[in-house]
Design a protein around this ligand. Sequence first.
Ligand code: NAG
Length: 230
Amino acid sequence: MVRSILLFVLLPAFIYAQSTLPKDPQCVCTVNVSPANDCVRTCDSGVSATSVKNSEIIALQTQMQELQRELTTMTTGFGLPARMKQCSKRGMNDGKENGEIMACDFVKQRDDTVLHVAWNGDLRLIHTGSRGASCRRWFFTLNGSECSDPYTIDMQLHNNQPSMNIHRPSYVEGFCRGLSAGNVHVRWNVGDCVNQNPSYNPGDSYTGWISTVRIFVEEVNVKDATENIV
Ligand SMILES: *[C@@H]1O[C@H](CO)[C@@H](O)[C@H](O)[C@H]1NC(C)=O
């Protein structure tokens, strides 16, 4: 009785269940075709049959690997391939000799990137006062401190001619390491020159006469930012 149930009920049911399962979807190499060693693979998923040459599969795999490599190169150290911000102002006309000139906040996405900053616009310094010359320094601060890895990002203007009022275009640029992820307060400032006292007067400085000034900020993948300190 048990044996006949096994034979006439369970076995046919098992065979029937097997036949309803999808056939092995793995491709089987069946026909050798030209070029030599290439072959047509037939795939039968139980619905339709397809055939693809080995060489086509290999070419696709190679393409995918290349794309993967490119994507990894683009995105390593980044959430996105590139992030840049520009803050600009027209007709700034800022006559101050000390303090903040311009602000540009930037949200750094990662700890392991460098921050590339640049400022451009025009500056002037007229010599005033009793000492032999005047000097002013324009410099970036990043979250309240100047860059120390590798160096400050700054410039100095020296003038010993009281009558000279030349507005010069200027461009200051560099990248800074060691800033953690988060909001970075990027500031362009003016103040004393290095070794200001007692040699120099502050003079009469001016930033951004009529024209446009701008700060650029960019987060750069460290492996795209190598540096030689000379
Ligand atoms: C910059 O300072 C702000 C606070 O003013 C802080 O929230 C932020 O995390 C700092 N950014 C970095 C990169 O340390």
